[in-house]
Design a protein around this ligand. Structure first.
Ligand SMILES: [Zn+2]
Length: 82
């Protein structure tokens, strides 16, 4: 559900509550499953986990194939809508 948020979220720094600051994070491969990989983001200050990210095989392919941005939705001219 929250996957969409994570798509733009290849952050190199995240807010850490312990450090009370945006800290650089280290991405650690946490788990490798047949269809996806789960990465853990660790605070470089206190090593606590600040977040996780799932990368599915599909996501990888999409990321590679996807255009940088989805083209704007064409607006149907009035009167042509059935
Ligand atoms: Zn921290």
């Amino acid at each position: 559900m929250s996957q969409q948020q994570f798509e733009n979220f290849t952050a190199s720094s995240l807010y850490c509550e312990k450090c009370k600051a945006a800290m650089p994070v280290r991405e650690r491969l946490l788990l490798v499953l047949p269809d996806k990989e789960i990465y853990d983001y660790l605070c470089t200050g206190c090593a606590s986990s600040l977040g996780q990210r799932e990368v599915t095989a599909g996501d990888k392919l999409m990321a590679r194939a996807a255009a940088p941005r989805r083209s704007r939705r064409a607006i149907a001219p009035r009167g042509l809508v059935p």
